[in-house]
Design a protein around this ligand. Structure first.
Ligand code: ADP
Ligand code: MG
Length: 701
């Protein structure tokens, strides 16, 4: 069977080399397996007939029964169209074709009854069916278009080459005729039985040709479950393999440094969420297993403090820690914050970045190797091979999604056994997504902000209200505050966006002229040193306004910056807007986020801006984002192919099935960690097969 599945698509009846090429380039379908797992995006009920009087442009697909008459050609040579009237018992409606004109005209018999099927649309102010599907009523291909009919996504190019959704349906039918008797089961028999699933064969037939709504539901569930289940099982297997393979250093002691810090240096009491997370980390560190934990918490939730307390636990147990941040600015900021926290304790902390001077670097390297230095903060400079630790016990990675897997894994190798790993992210992602993206990690969440914070006020303005916004900015600057003004940067049109930023900079400089005002600018085209220097000007308060692209997104802490103006806010994704907003609200003053947009907004853009105005809760925003955009676009998911490669499940909608799949996978791995029980053999084979296939199983750590 697996050989048959791997058969090239060109060998299928109705395909041939040219179509095979198109299917391959347009839909990535090159084998039987690819086709059978090319699932419909929706179904329409073709047992129901409408009449021409019931049609409105708000309807999705409809079908009608009647006769086609009165063909006429309209338009000039360049853009000819064929129009015909379709008459049923209650009236008529126009049908339009822009291509295939001659063929349509010749093949329709004005005396015969037809079933037409399509999506009503408005053309020149009237409702039409454009390029409807047409079947002779007497010959109606009963099986393909009776009850629920599958619809498949196609592309423009496929359509102009006469490969429509219906063509794909026909190919599925041809394929199933060939292989349906040889579709084997891919889940263990006991599981199919226990979970009351339908067989794989039944599922694949019904997903393309639903016998009835009930079976379609079962087929969908079975296929979604299977897809999510194997991802979870794979993640859990990675996790158990790692736990078996690596022994963790045991940090059993609660020592002076942590105690003194807690009782003497902590300027405030911990939030309940911080306490809980620290407990989770402490349990890990003392467990004898290597910790692999993700710490999620919104901007300003106090992750740094949790990091510091973990560092002190390592220190009390005689181990070194390194904390790695994605940029020099962030590393310096952490260095400053941590040094300040630990001032009274007299614990030396060191900083190593790309710009550390050579002589100094040499000393730092020596001190790390001799064990003189226990705590080192830095950037990528930390993973270089020349950096050798005496006894590295804990690695903390900030904004981990900015690092590649291979970069992070280099830190793993800096001791005999891999050190404990804590990765931190300020990009909240919904639980379901985290379960998949970080399913091989344990997850801690700080879901509470320290008390007494003034929530950032978010307001939406149209471009026409710019003068009011500028007036507000002047007042804030007069009160000693600093302002961010951010312009969008989208990869596809970097040039245009750069122009936006340049124009913006010019008009901002005009509205806020020197010497009264000073404006900094930072964008992606600058050299890192230039960026850094410009940023430092702003951090030091020498400029009041920072005009920037999204390069300032992550982590920078500037207490005097209390206003974030986001230009063309409708062009940003939700999580990005939220990240940007998080750059302000760090000081004691009331902070503001002002979203500027044009007047014309898509409904999705409206929803994003409304969500921003309504809530400051990063997790809530992430949920909305996931629903609006689907998982592929959510920040932090890009390096994991998983979210992209799902064929049927949708992480935004199938949270419940995902949780169920995770539970089942957990039960199995607990009972049979090595998956060595004979009845689980099929699981191992299937994991291997999926690994060998094109699916990207890349994992985070
Ligand atoms: P983030 O999670 O974004 O890294 P930080 O760790 O930078 O957040 O914390 C944001 C601010 O909140 C810092 O100034 C920090 O000192 C302060 N902070 C952290 N924990 C508490 C707490 N429990 N009570 C009051 N302030 C806190
Ligand atoms: Mg932080």
């Amino acid at each position: 069977m697996s050989d048959l599945f791997q058969q090239e698509i060109k060998f299928l009846t109705g395909v041939g080399p040219k179509r095979a090429e198109l299917l391959n380039t347009e839909l990535n379908i090159s084998t039987y397996y690819d086709l059978i797992t090319y699932f419909p995006y929706k179904y329409i009920d073709r047992s129901k007939f409408y009449t021409s009087r019931q049609i409105g442009s708000d309807l999705s697909y409809i079908q009608l029964k009647g006769k086609i008459r009165g063909f006429r050609l309209e338009g000039n040579r360049g853009r000819k169209k064929l129009i015909a009237e379709f008459y049923d018992s209650e009236g008529s409606i126009s049908l339009i074709w822009f291509h295939g004109v001659k063929w349509i005209k010749d093949s329709i018999d004005e005396n015969k009854e037809y079933v037409v099927f399509g999506k009503p649309s408005i053309y020149q102010r009237q409702i039409h069916l454009i390029h409807p599907e047409i079947d002779e009523l007497s010959k109606k291909e009963a099986k393909l278009s009776s009850g629920l009919q599958a619809l498949y996504s196609t592309t423009e190019k496929l359509k102009t080459n006469y490969i429509s959704s219906k063509t794909i349906l026909k190919l599925q039918s041809n394929l199933l005729q060939k292989i349906s008797e040889r579709i084997y089961e891919t889940l263990p028999a006991y599981l199919v039985k226990k979970l009351n699933l339908i067989s794989r064969k039944e599922a694949l037939i019904n997903i393309h040709f639903p016998e009835n709504p009930e079976l379609l539901k079962k087929a969908t569930f079975r296929l979604k479950f299977e897809e999510l289940f194997y991802i979870q099982l794979n993640l859990l297997k990675l996790k158990t393999t790692r736990e078996i393979k690596f022994k963790g250093y045991v940090f059993s002691k609660v020592g002076d440094n942590l105690n003194n810090f807690y009782h003497q240096c902590l300027p405030f009491s911990l939030t309940e969420a911080q306490k809980r997370v620290i407990r989770e980390i402490r349990t890990d560190l003392g467990s004898g297993k290597q910790m692999n934990r993700l710490l999620q918490g919104d901007v300003g939730s106090g992750k740094t403090l949790v990091a510091l307390m973990s560092i002190l636990i390592a220190l009390d147990n005689g181990y070194q820690t390194c904390l790695m941040a994605p940029t020099e600015i962030l590393a310096k900021q952490h260095f400053k914050t941590l040094s300040k926290f630990t001032e009274k304790l007299n614990i030396p902390i060191n900083l190593l970045t790309g710009s550390t001077k050579k002589a100094n670097r040499k000393i730092i390297h020596e001190d790390l190797q001799s064990g003189q230095t226990s705590i080192i903060i830095g950037t990528h400079a930390l993973i270089e091979e020349t950096v050798i630790f005496k006894n590295l016990g804990l690695v903390i990675i900030d904004e981990q999604h900015r690092f590649g897997v291979s970069q992070r894994s280099k830190l793993w190798k800096k001791n005999v056994h891999p050190p404990h790993v804590l990765v931190m992210t300020a990009t909240p992602i919904p639980r379901t997504l985290a379960m998949t993206l970080y399913g091989d990690l344990d997850i801690s969440v700080i879901d509470e902000l320290p008390p007494g914070r003034k929530p950032i006020k978010t307001l939406h303005f149209f471009d026409s209200q710019r003068n009011r916004v500028f007036g507000f900015i002047r007042k804030q600057i007069a009160a000693g505050q600093q302002i961010f003004i951010v312009y969008p940067l989208i990869k596809e049109s970097e040039k245009m966006d750069y122009k936006d930023l340049e124009d913006g900079y010019v008009s901002i400089s005009r509205a806020f002229p020197s010497p009264e005002y000073a404006v900094s600018v930072v964008h992606g085209k600058m050299k890192p040193e230039e960026k850094e220097a410009s940023m430092q000007h702003f951090v030091a308060g020498r400029t009041q306004i920072m005009v920037a692209t999204t390069v300032i997104e992550v982590g920078v802490d500037i207490p005097k910056a209390s206003v974030m103006v986001i230009e063309s806010a409708e062009r940003f994704g939700l999580s990005q807007l939220h990240q940007l907003r998080g750059r302000v609200g760090r000081g004691s003053e009331q902070s503001y986020c002002l979203l500027m947009s044009s007047f014309k907004l898509s409904s999705e853009a409206k929803r994003r801006l409304e969500t921003m105005v309504r809530t400051n809760d990063g997790f809530e925003i992430a949920e909305v984002d996931l629903k609006l955009r689907g998982p592929g676009d959510i920040e932090g998911t890009q390096q994991s192919g998983i979210a992209f490669n799902l064929k049927i499940a949708n992480l935004g909608q199938d949270g419940q099935i995902l949780q169920y799949a995770r539970n089942i996978a957990e039960q199995i791995s607990e009972k049979d960690p090595g998956l060595s029980h004979p009845e689980n053999r099929i699981l191992v084979a299937q994991l291997q097969a999926l690994k060998d296939s094109s699916i990207n199983w890349s994992v985070i750590s």
